[in-house]
Design a protein around this ligand. Structure first.
Ligand SMILES: *[C@@H]1O[C@H](CO)[C@@H](O)[C@H](O)[C@H]1NC(C)=O
Ligand SMILES: *[C@@H]1O[C@H](CO)[C@@H](O)[C@H](O)[C@H]1NC(C)=O
Length: 236
């Protein structure tokens, strides 16, 4: 009399099912035996669809990962990525637009990048920036150092930030923490906007490189203390 279990196995058209009970009964199985069985299996013609499926699976996984890391919108929902004009990443919560320094949007020829921060902010629809520069500050921030961490009440300011891994923090009372942050990579150029009355800070979080920045303000400040609040965040 036929064993119903065996029958069900032998009726299975896939020969891969047959060795399965043997594998289970032979534990502990040495790695060498497993390897030999695998070699024998792979030499058979029916291994081809199996290998093809594994290859397709790996391709799918690698494409998903590439897409994930190429597209920051997976990390932060407020990002929008614009592929037109060379591509940029915009974070509306932190008023930042950033691009790889080799993006055709900022690098028109082999000499390197060149931008007009005021028009980039306007074109990318980042509101509240300086429309003209009445006062300009250019400077560096060494690794681990912070600039800003203050709130101007009498000027809108538009920044250009590049050169090192840098965090731009902008006061934003619409989010729970009270501020939004964007990390700018060492190979990126960012335009950031801080409207009048909004606190901002630039933090160099790079281990070795220096951050460079330009700040364009639409009024001349006399820094007498009544127009700016200092030391806004004490975690910086
Ligand atoms: C700042 O921008 C606002 C509009 O966003 C404008 O009304 C204001 O005049 C600008 N300048 C200053 C110094 O506030
Ligand atoms: C500080 O500057 C503002 C204008 O920016 C002015 O109105 C104010 O009188 C100044 N205060 C002092 C103490 O100089």
């Amino acid at each position: 009399m036929a064993n119903p279990r065996r029958t069900s196995y032998s009726s299975n058209p896939l020969p891969i099912s047959d060795p399965t009970p043997q594998f289970q009964s032979q534990t502990p199985q040495t790695a060498a035996t497993l390897l030999t069985s695998l070699k024998v299996f792979l030499k058979k013609p029916h291994a081809f669809p199996f290998l093809l499926s594994i290859f397709l699976l790996l391709t799918w996984v690698s494409l998903r990962f590439q897409h994930r890391y190429a597209n920051p919108s997976f990390h932060q929902s407020s990002y929008t990525v614009n592929e037109k004009g060379g591509g940029y990443v915009k974070d509306s919560n932190a008023n930042v637009v950033k691009f790889p320094s080799f993006s055709s949007l900022v690098m028109k020829d082999k000499r390197g990048w060149l931008i007009n921060p005021v028009s980039i902010a306007l074109d990318a629809d980042v509101p509240g920036g300086a429309v003209s520069c009445a006062s300009i500050h250019v400077g560096e921030i060494r690794p681990g150092r912070v600039r800003g961490n203050h709130r101007h009440h009498t000027c809108n300011e538009t920044f250009v930030i590049w050169g090192a891994k840098t965090v731009f923090r902008l006061e934003n009372n619409a989010v729970k923490k009270g501020y939004s942050e964007v990390t700018i990579g060492a190979d990126e150029v960012a335009v950031a906007v801080s409207p009048s009355g909004t606190a901002h800070a630039l933090v160099n979080i790079d281990a070795i490189r220096t951050t460079f920045f330009l700040g364009c303000q639409d009024s001349v400040m006399n820094n007498n203390g009544s127009t700016t609040d200092y030391n806004i965040w004490n975690d910086l």
